[in-house]
Write a protein that binds this ligand. Structure first.
Ligand code: GDP
Ligand code: MN
Length: 389
């Protein structure tokens, strides 16, 4: 499980690593309120599970509430390497003198832990790795020996950190190693680790990958899975070859073809609803495609009704119908499904659905009426206060 930055920082904080105060915000108003509590200047940071946010415009310094509002408005909804930003981290800004890099990860081929430290951290670390690998000091660590204060100090020396940062950085390495080991992480990375203008060494970014196999001894991880959840759906969709993008509404969308999926999302908002996702099942005819699609959509707790919109061409509607029937048996589908099938073999398909006689499925003959129905059902289900029947 990959944590987003603020979760990683909260994890670090448990091990005494020096992170800056900050607050989560899911809207512009929340961001401004958080900044007012923290006191400007603050940094407005996109919370997505991908690096390079800074270069993509997802990390901005704000000196006033107005700037916070401006940056938050720009960053929320931004797409960074395929990840839509739904959440921000508003952090008290730090005055940076130097940016370093530090990480621990598992070197599987060496069967040892690997520490890496560099005096040339920051947003260009990938370039440093390529152009000047010697700028990164490495140390293999036997898990039985652990990391000694001397070894940490030596690593910092070899990395060529500034004199006034050495002590603080070595202490941070020891805490970070403890976090990596006791926290059951596969990766902990700080980039940048900074020397502030007033001589402190602090953690300004956090990348943490937790070892899923260790989840049984970390009940506290459950509370962090909220954000991981959409990525779990995304991972499942990806592994099944479905093109899936989570959105913020309540109507799950499944359609064939990117164009039809997009217009379905549009029609749903036209009739006053909001799509919970975009999902294109593509052009394959295998009924399992629909099983997988319904699996992905049903994993989303915000889905209150699902709209399946298929225009049969290469995809045959009867295959889709068989897939839906199969899904009803295999998948825990919590909300109602509104189905609109048209095109190749639609008549057979409707018969297959009718024969199944499921009260989970409502059929509609046009895209518009189907969208209306789905939005209506989603609204009713939401008022009822839950998706589980
Ligand atoms: P990433 O691009 O996804 O790795 O995001 P980071 O959290 O590493 O931020 C990118 C860059 O923003 C950092 O390398 C810093 O140069 C800058 N930055 C982040 N936080 C601060 C801050 O508190 N003050 C200042 N001045 N710059 C910051
Ligand atoms: Mn970074």
């Amino acid at each position: 499980m990959d944590l987003v930055e603020y979760q990683g920082k909260q994890y670090f904080a448990r091990y005494g690593l020096p992170v800056s105060p900050g607050e989560v915000a899911d809207s512009v108003a929340d961001a401004v309120a958080a900044a007012e509590r923290l006191g400007c200047p603050v940094v407005v940071k996109a919370q997505v599970q991908v690096g390079g946010r800074g270069k993509a415009g997802g990390v901005k310094l704000a000196g006033s509430a107005a700037e916070v509002a401006e940056h938050a408005g720009n960053i929320l909804g931004m797409n960074i390497k395929g990840h839509t930003v739904h959440r921000l981290w508003i952090e008290k800004a730090t005055d940076i003198a130097k940016e370093y890099y530090a990480s621990f990860t598992l070197d599987r081929s060496a069967k040892l832990h690997l520490a890496m430290v560099s005096a040339r951290g920051g947003v260009d670390i990938e370039q440093v790795v390529e152009e000047d690998p010697a700028a990164i000091a490495r140390l293999h660590i036997n898990p039985l020996d652990g990391l000694s204060p001397e070894a940490a100090r030596n690593l910092v020396e070899r990395a060529g950190l500034d004199e006034q940062a050495k002590q603080g950085a070595a202490e941070i390495l020891l805490k970070l190693y403890k976090c990596y080991i006791e926290g059951d992480a596969d990766l902990v990375e700080i980039n940048p680790l900074v020397l502030t203008t007033d001589g402190q060494v602090r953690v300004l970014d956090a990348k943490v990958t937790l070892d899923d196999d260790a989840a049984f001894r970390h009940p506290e991880w459950a509370e962090m899975e909220n954000l991981g959840e959409s990525s779990e759906r995304e991972r499942l969709a990806k592994s099944k070859g479905l093109s899936y993008v989570p959105l913020e509404g309540t109507v799950g969308i499944i359609a064939n073809g990117a164009g039809l999926a997009m217009s379905t999302v549009d029609v749903v908002s036209q009739v006053g609803g909001s799509a919970a996702n975009f999902l294109d099942i593509g052009g394959g005819g295998d009924p399992d495609v629909m099983v997988n699609a319904l699996k992905v959509v049903s994993l989303d707790p915000s889905v209150k009704a699902t709209l399946i919109n298929i225009f049969g061409g290469i995809v045959r509607c009867d295959d889709v119908a068989r897939g839906i029937v199969k899904a009803l048996e295999q998948v825990d589908i919590s909300s109602q499904i509104v189905l609109r099938l048209d095109g190749t073999n639609a008549v057979e398909a409707r018969q297959i659905i009718a024969d199944r006689q499921s009260d989970k499925i409502v059929t509609e003959s046009t895209m518009l009426s189907a969208a209306r129905r789905a939005v209506e059902l989603a609204g009713a289900n939401q008022e009822k206060g839950g998706s589980h029947s």
